[in-house]
Design a protein around this ligand. Structure first.
Ligand code: UDP
Ligand code: MG
Length: 344
C-alpha cells in the first residue's frame, strides 16, 4: 500500500467574513469525501478589514488541517494564490475561491483526472450564474483578445480554479515575476493539462472583490505579461504613417512643380499633425506600461509580506518530504527561493 496522496487546497480571502462559516465546513466535508487522500487547507488572508482573520484563526485552532497566512496588507488575489502555493506541501495543489463560486465537490473529479496522470486539471466555466451581462461580455472578450495576443495558448473561460501536480507547482515557484497572471503562467509551463467543465455558481454571499479597476489591471497584466504585440503596434503604425507620408510628399511635389495651387492643404496638415501626435502618445503610453513593469521587477521587492500565521502543520504522509520552510514565517520567505531560481 502506498502512502495516501496529500492535497493542499489554497483559498485566497479578501473580506470574506460573510462566506467563511459556510465555505469552511463545505470545503472540509467535500475533501473528506475524496477516497485515499490526506489534505491541508491554506487560507490566505489578503489584508482583510472585516472579521475574516478572526474567523480563520478560530478555524485553524479547531482543525489542525487548517493553516492561515495573513498578509501585512492587501496584495491582491494573484499574489495571495502565489503565497499559498509557496507554502503548500501537497503532492498536488488546488486553487479555489472562498465565495463558493467554484463548487468544492468538483475537486473530487479533479483528483480523479490527476490520478489518471494529468499534471494540471483546470476548471472551465460551462456556465456562469449570477453575474452581470457586462462582466460576462467583458470576460468573454478578454479571454479571446488575450489568446490572439499571447504567444502560448491560454484556455478560454478558465479561471484559477484548478489542480496542479507538484512538479507544475515547483515550476510555478521558480517563476519570480511580480505582475502575476497565474492561469497564463500555468499554461506557459505546459506538461499534460486537461479542462474540466463545471458550472460556476453564484457568489454565496457578499460582493465581488474585483471591482472594474482591479479587473482592468488584471487584464492588462495578463496581456502585457504574455505578449509583446502591443509594442509592435508602434512599428505598425509607424510603417503606415511613413507610407502615407510618402504619398503626401509625392502629391505635394506634383502640386508644387506642375500647378499653382500649392499653398492650400491646411486640412491635410492638421490631419497629419493630429494623427501623428495621437499615434506617438499612444505608442509612448504602451512603451511606458512595459517600462513601469521593468521598474517594478528591478526593485526586487518581496512579492508579499506576512503579518501572522496560524495553525501548526499536521504531520502528513506524503511522497514529498516537507522542505525546511515549516518554521512560522514572520518575514518574506520566498526570497531564498527566488535567489535559488535566479542563480540557477
Ligand atoms: N481576493 C483576494 N484579494 C483581492 C481580491 C479578491 O484574495 O484583492 C479573493 C476573494 O476573496 C475570492 C477570490 O479572490 O476568494 C475571487 O474574488 P471574487 O470572488 O471577488 O472575484 P469574482 O468571482 O467576482 O471575479
Ligand atoms: Mg467570486
Amino acid at each position: 500500500m502506498t502512502a495516501p496522496d496529500f492535497l493542499s487546497v489554497v483559498v485566497p480571502c479578501y473580506n470574506e467574513a460573510e462566506v467563511l462559516d459556510e465555505t469552511i465546513p463545505q470545503l472540509t466535508s467535500a475533501l473528506e469525501a475524496i477516497p485515499g487522500i490526506g489534505f491541508e487547507i491554506i487560507f490566505i488572508d489578503d489584508g482583510s478589514r472585516d472579521g475574516t482573520l478572526a474567523r480563520l484563526q478560530r478555524a485553524a485552532e479547531a482543525d489542525e488541517r487548517i493553516h492561515v497566512l495573513s498578509f501585512a496588507r492587501n496584495f491582491g488575489h494573484q499574489i495571495a494564490v502565489t503565497a499559498g502555493t509557496d507554502v503548500a506541501a501537497g503532492d498536488a495543489v488546488v486553487l479555489i475561491d472562498a465565495d463558493l463560486q467554484d463548487p468544492p465537490e468538483v475537486i473530487a473529479e479533479m483528483v480523479e483526472k490527476w490520478r489518471e496522470g494529468y499534471d494540471v486539471v483546470y476548471g472551465t466555466r460551462s456556465s456562469r450564474q449570477g453575474e452581470s451581462a457586462f462582466k460576462l461580455a467583458t470576460a468573454r472578450a478578454f479571454y479571446r483578445l488575450l489568446n490572439r495576443f499571447s504567444e502560448v495558448p491560454i484556455p478560454l473561460d478558465t479561471g484559477d480554479f484548478r489542480l496542479m501536480d507538484r512538479r507544475v507547482v515547483d515550476c510555478l515557484k521558480a517563476m519570480p515575476e511580480r505582475h502575476r497572471f497565474v492561469r497564463g503562467m500555468v499554461a506557459w509551463i505546459g506538461f499534460d493539462q486537461i479542462a474540466l467543465p463545471y458550472e460556476r455558481a453564484e457568489r454565496f454571499a457578499g460582493t465581488s472583490k474585483y471591482p472594474l479597476r482591479k479587473m482592468l489591471r488584471f487584464a492588462t497584466d495578463g496581456i502585457l505579461a504574455f505578449s509583446s504585440r502591443p509594442l509592435q503596434f508602434a512599428t505598425g503604425m509607424g510603417i503606415m504613417a511613413a507610407s502615407l507620408a510618402l504619398l503626401g510628399i509625392i502629391y505635394a511635389l506634383v502640386l508644387r512643380i506642375f500647378t499653382s495651387v500649392w499653398v492650400e492643404g491646411w486640412t491635410a496638415l492638421m490631419i497629419a499633425v493630429l494623427f501623428l501626435g495621437g499615434v506617438q502618445l499612444l505608442s509612448l503610453g504602451i512603451i511606458g506600461e512595459y517600462i513601469a513593469r521593468i521598474h517594478d521587477e528591478a526593485k526586487e521587492r518581496p512579492l508579499y509580506l506576512v503579518k501572522s500565521q496560524f495553525g501548526t502543520r499536521a504531520p502528513r504522509a506524503s511522497r514529498h518530504p516537507r522542505p525546511e520552510r515549516s518554521e512560522p514565517v514572520a518575514q518574506p520567505f520566498p526570497i531564498e527561493l527566488r535567489e535559488r531560481a535566479r542563480n540557477g
